[in-house]
Design a protein around this ligand. Structure first.
Ligand SMILES: Cc1cc2nc3c(=O)[nH]c(=O)nc-3n(C[C@H](O)[C@H](O)[C@H](O)COP(=O)(O)OP(=O)(O)OC[C@H]3O[C@@H](n4cnc5c(N)ncnc54)[C@H](O)[C@@H]3O)c2cc1C
Length: 284
């Protein structure tokens, strides 16, 4: 942990599978079987962010240890060295044509990876609990960064609009650009307050109570940031999508956030379920 905190090594979180709709984590089928005092892991995982980084020394892997157990007790979380025998990196996945090197989002194959009982995190069948504990703060963190990127895009948009002229006026004075600036500022502030509320709920009421709030901001922040960055690209003209500004990279990042750590639709479902629960005893 000290080496992780000092940034000397990195870890990767290994959950998503190529052959399973992984937004429904209960059906993840990557296998963990007991062989006397060892666990044996087999299967493929992909989109594992950070696993391409040469400093990546640890994998935290969610595996199905009992497919017949109740939905939320089927999975166990394991921690292991990234160079454990039997783990292969098959390829880097590309995001809009980029491999995000050296960070990378790798496609991995595990073949008879043998682990001691001490590799289990928290306890057998408690993978979901670990996932929820880790993904909650991680999602808030992603959203904070998306809001920061929107803030940066707005700043760039204002400076560019004031600095460049067309049709005898500053670009900012043309068309609907005042409205675009105003809407961007208002939407950033709304997202910032929602993010703060999610973090406040996490701190004061715990992961479970914060869940719908985390889902709300996980939908709102990347959508808002995508929209603001898109407007900033437009106001920059062709430079906005080129290598001369950070905007194109920022846009692709916030677009991928609409999948990473759960697609929008799954989070909307969480929000709707929490809302409906107020009026119905049925478990949806
Ligand atoms: C850049 C990037 C980095 C990533 N990093 C990691 C990582 O480090 N570790 C890791 O384990 N994974 C990572 N992922 C994977 C990511 O978490 C998954 O892509 C995501 O959970 C969705 O799983 P899936 O791709 O299997 O989509 P699927 O489960 O196949 O879902 C596809 C689509 O089905 C629809 N859908 C699904 N459920 C519902 C629903 N309830 N209601 C309505 N529609 C629905 C939605 O349109 C959804 O987008 C990363 C992904 C990206 C793009």
């Amino acid at each position: 942990l000290n080496d992780l905190l000092d940034g000397k090594i990195r870890s990767a979180y290994v959950m998503t599978e190529p052959n399973t709709a992984s937004s429904d984590a209960a059906q993840l089928s990557f296998e963990a079987k007991k062989d006397r005092d060892k666990w044996v892991l087999n299967g493929e995982k992909w989109w594992i962010s950070g696993s391409g980084d040469p400093r990546c020394a640890l994998y935290i892997v969610m595996a199905c240890s009992d497919p017949d157990a109740p939905k939320h007790s089927r999975h166990t979380m394991f921690v292991m060295d990234a160079d454990t025998p039997g783990i292969e990196i098959l390829r880097p996945m590309q995001v809009f044509g980029h491999d995000d090197a050296p960070h990378g989002h790798m496609h991995l194959r595990f073949t008879n990876v043998r682990l001691p009982a001490s590799a289990v995190v928290l306890g057998e069948g408690r993978g979901f609990e670990v996932a929820q504990g880790r993904l909650g703060p991680g999602r808030i963190h992603h959203c904070m960064r998306a809001i920061g990127q929107a803030e940066k895009a707005l700043e760039m948009m204002c400076k560019r609009g004031l600095a460049r002229e067309a049709f005898g006026k500053q670009i900012i004075e043309l068309g609907a650009n005042y409205d675009i600036i105003a809407n961007a500022r208002m939407e950033i502030e709304m997202a910032r307050l929602l993010c703060l509320k999610a973090a406040y709920m996490m701190d004061t009421a715990g992961v479970r109570a914060a869940q719908p709030w985390i889902s709300k901001i996980k939908v709102v922040a990347p959508l808002m940031a995508g929209k603001v960055i898109d407007e900033a690209m437009q106001l920059h003209g062709a430079a906005g999508i080129s290598q001369d500004t950070d905007l194109a990279h920022m846009w692709t990042h916030v677009r991928t956030l609409r999948f990473a750590d759960g697609p929008d639709a799954v989070h909307r479902r969480q929000v709707a379920r929490a809302e409906l629960k107020k009026y119905s005893n049925e478990n949806r």
